[in-house]
Design a binder for this molecule. Structure first.
Ligand code: ATP
Ligand code: MG
Length: 142
């Protein structure tokens, strides 16, 4: 089903704080299914490539440093209208602006250390899933 999957990352702040299980349980409680998962530490080159769209932004270097600071957990999540449903579930980039009950309101520390990533379009969800998972892993989860 088109639009049924998105790419999430439990970022190093949340993973290192032992919040991965709580975040996944929270999302499963909202009807998201985990279809692929791994634990990894991004290299500098991987973080730079993943966030290349933000290369000219003032927070880019700091974001790359943060995202390489420890292990993170990329996930493929499935639900109807996954991209928008998941972005609704995680809330605004800055937890100070996130609605009550959203993942970032519940688990994020700051605008940068904001617990989770979420793809912003179906096209980017597909591209980002391929960034972290092989064809075999993505097919096996179907
Ligand atoms: P994500 O792409 O991680 O799901 P997002 O789409 O809400 O988050 P983006 O604008 O794509 O936010 O920014 C990517 C990430 O860069 C943010 O999640 C956050 O970690 C960091 N970031 C964004 N804006 C700022 C800022 N003004 N100061 C510090 N860090 C920021
Ligand atoms: Mg984004």
């Amino acid at each position: 089903m088109a639009g049924a999957r998105t790419l999430a990352i439990i970022k190093p702040d949340a993973f290192s704080a032992g919040k991965a299980g709580k975040i996944i349980a929270h999302l499963e409680g909202q009807g998201f299914a985990v279809r692929a998962a791994r634990v990894m530490r991004l290299t500098q080159a991987q973080a730079e490539e993943f966030y290349a769209v933000h290369r000219e932004r003032p927070f880019y270097r700091s974001l790359v440093t943060f995202m390489t600071s420890g292990p993170c957990m990329p996930l493929v999540l499935e639900k109807a209208n996954a991209v928008t449903a998941y972005r609704d579930a995680i809330g605004a980039t800055d937890p100070a602006d996130a609605k009550p009950g959203t993942v970032r309101k519940l688990f994020a520390e700051s605008k940068e250390r904001n617990a989770v990533h979420g793809s912003d379009s179906d096209e980017n969800a597909e591209r980002e899933a391929r960034f972290f998972f092989s064809d075999a892993e993505l097919l096996a989860a179907r």
